[in-house]
Write a new protein. Structure first.
Length: 603
């Protein structure tokens, strides 16, 4: 953050001179300069008291404490929080680290430097493990935060209307409660790595500038845990061979759901039930060619694709590195400036119409509806989002199949604005991927969706459609370990005859005791639609008995409809069978969340 008369004790001329100097310094030079300026002050303090020990004690009293809190649904925010906490410990900061819902109001009020990393779910909702914190700071019981310095890193997706809303709301509220923002909030899109690293570098710079270089005791650089390094990762994906690609739906189904088996041999990947695989997809070649033709470009014209300066032909760059099938509000606004198209400028003046235009349209629609004035590829790609990976819940057990991984991927195909369209990754899997092909993949850890440590604890799994994927992994894992016990699966889809995914697997596990109970809901096999939440309520007495017996409840699938309906069904079951008020039922589920007995993997 540049020095100014507002954020430093320097005059305007001094600040300008220092900014010019600081721009030329490396991190090591800045660190040396900080020590050079700090040491005489510490030495003077020693001379004033006649004791170097007193000076060192005074320096040690400088604030060295940092509280790192995270709100995470799929694990991204938690992974960043863990990484940044370890790096702060290496720098000899005393770090307190926890999910947002574990922090007490007193601890929040006493925090000296507070770093919050949080994602946003669906329509602007907080992650499950941030919900109680979010409610606290927006309630009358919110603690005053005078003297607390904070900074927020928000994760989100610009294709959603309420981009990074949870982070923005928390950032605003902390300031209203008296906190001091010591570094500006950063809002990250799905390709968050570079932005998050820049935020952490900026935060660390401010912290180090306000701290002494003398150790504060306690933590040492060697004490920080380090994650196990692997050659393959999100930034360096493993190219996994496709072993099988099978349509699970029978003839006559309205759906197309693919069972994908990938070889992980040579990757050194490991995973646990509940984790996901990230796939970097390829845009449809015909769509890329149509876009290039509309813009009258040479497909071989080179463009720079990243900050490192890597160069690729524009066609290859659009195939693998940029998102072209989804429009976002920031993209539309940047196009309004770049395209020099008066009709687009007029559309942007009408907020509601501009918002409606985004729905179901892609980049080809944009350049066809609002042709740009001779935009060069190198300039054009700068307004595009990087291709985000698609995450799919793992449907197999590492202990049962260590050299391969299974995924369940439903084809997303729809008609919009006169064109038949497909999801980028699901369309590729369904239409172009064959055994022997390779896909760039990595393992995405999800620490918030895990089997209970107590193997005897009952588990209830609710997963219609492809939401059943992690539960196949759960049961395959238990079978591999020889665990039988109280397990109950709720599965739903459209038709029994064509859409009963993995029917033989469930039947085999029912026979050998790995799966104790199963209830199914095929919504279109009768006149009135029946969903998993209806089956839950039909078995409400048994369901409640399992909850009282300490059952863990897992929900996987669509967040907007299914997960909300299931949550409401849980409340109704608690009200009916537990004789609770709605407030008491919500409190019961809140306690289950905090005990990790109510876990959701929703999208």
């Amino acid at each position: 953050m540049p020095l100014s008369v507002q954020n430093s004790p320097f005059s305007k001329e001094q600040a300008e001179q220092l900014n010019r100097l600081l721009e030329t310094l490396s991190d090591q030079q800045k660190l040396w300069l900080s020590g050079y300026l700090t040491y005489p002050l510490a030495e003077q303090a020693a001379n004033d008291t006649g004791s170097v020990a007193v000076a060192e004690k005074t320096v040690q009293l400088a604030t060295k404490e940092v509280t790192v809190l995270y709100g995470s649904e799929t694990g991204n925010a938690q992974s960043l929080a863990e990484e940044f906490s370890a790096k702060l410990k290496e720098k000899q900061f005393k770090v307190s680290f926890s999910p947002l819902d574990a922090v007490k109001p007193r601890d929040l009020k006493n925090a000296k430097h507070l770093l919050i990393i949080t994602s946003t779910q669906g329509e602007g909702d907080p992650p499950d493990n941030a919900l109680s914190f979010y409610e606290l700071i927006h309630s009358r019981k919110a603690p005053k935060l005078d003297g607390v310095k904070f900074s927020v890193l928000a994760l989100g997706d610009q294709s959603y209307e309420f981009f990074c809303k949870t982070g923005k709301d928390i950032d605003k509220k902390l300031e209203e409660l008296g906190g001091e923002r010591f570094y500006p909030r950063v809002d990250c899109d799905v390709d968050y790595e570079e932005s998050a690293a820049e935020w952490f570098e900026g935060v660390t710079g401010v912290l180090e500038a306000s701290e002494s270089l003398y150790p504060a005791g306690g933590e040492t650089a060697g004490a920080a845990p380090k994650a196990q390094e692997t050659a393959f990762s999100k930034s360096n994906p493993f190219h996994a061979e496709v072993l099988e690609n099978i349509n699970l739906n029978w003839e006559g189904s309205n759906k197309e759901t693919h069972h994908l088996e990938l070889s992980l041999e040579g990757s050194n990947f490991t995973f646990e039930p509940g984790d996901s695989i990230g796939i970097y997809p390829e845009n449809e070649p015909e769509l890329v060619d149509r876009l290039i033709q509309k813009l009258n470009w040479n497909p071989e014209e080179p463009v720079t694709i990243n900050k490192k300066g890597d160069v690729l032909p524009i066609r290859e760059a659009l195939l693998y590195h940029y998102e072209i099938t989804r429009l976002t509000k920031p993209l539309l606004q940047q196009a309004g400036t770049l395209f020099e198209n008066s009709a687009l400028a007029t559309l942007l003046e009408k907020e509601d119409e501009a918002k409606a235009y985004l729905n179901g349209r892609d980049l080809v629609d944009l350049v066809e509806d609002f042709p740009p004035q001779k935009v060069k590829p190198e300039v054009f790609v700068k307004i595009l989002r990087k291709m985000p990976p698609r995450l799919y819940s793992i449907a197999s057990s590492y202990k049962a199949n260590p050299d391969e991984v299974h995924l369940v991927i439903a084809l997303d195909r729809f008609e919009a604005n006169g064109r038949l369209r497909s999801g980028v990754c699901s369309g590729q899997i369904a239409g172009r991927v064959k055994p022997g092909d390779r896909l760039p993949v990595y393992v995405h850890r999800n620490p918030n969706f895990k089997l209970p440590a107590d193997q005897d604890a009952p588990i209830i799994m609710i997963g219609p459609g492809t939401g059943v994927a992690p539960f196949r992994s759960f049961l395959e894992e238990r079978e591999a370990e020889g665990i039988t016990g109280r397990t109950w699966l709720f599965f739903g889809d459209q038709h029994f005859s064509t859409d009963f995914l993995y029917q033989l697997d469930w039947q085999n596990w029912m026979k050998n005791g790995v799966l104790e109970r199963m209830d199914v809901a095929f919504s279109r096999d009768q006149e009135e639609k029946v969903y998993v939440q209806h089956r839950m309520f039909e078995k409400s007495k048994d369901f409640y008995a399992w909850l009282e017996d300490g059952a863990y409840v897992y929900v996987c699938g669509d967040e907007k409809h299914m997960a909300r309906d299931v949550h409401e069904a849980l409340i109704e079951i608690l009200e009916k069978e537990g004789n609770m008020t709605r407030e008491e039922a919500e409190g019961y589920l809140k306690d289950m969340r905090q005990q990790k007995r109510y876990q959701r993997d929703v999208y």
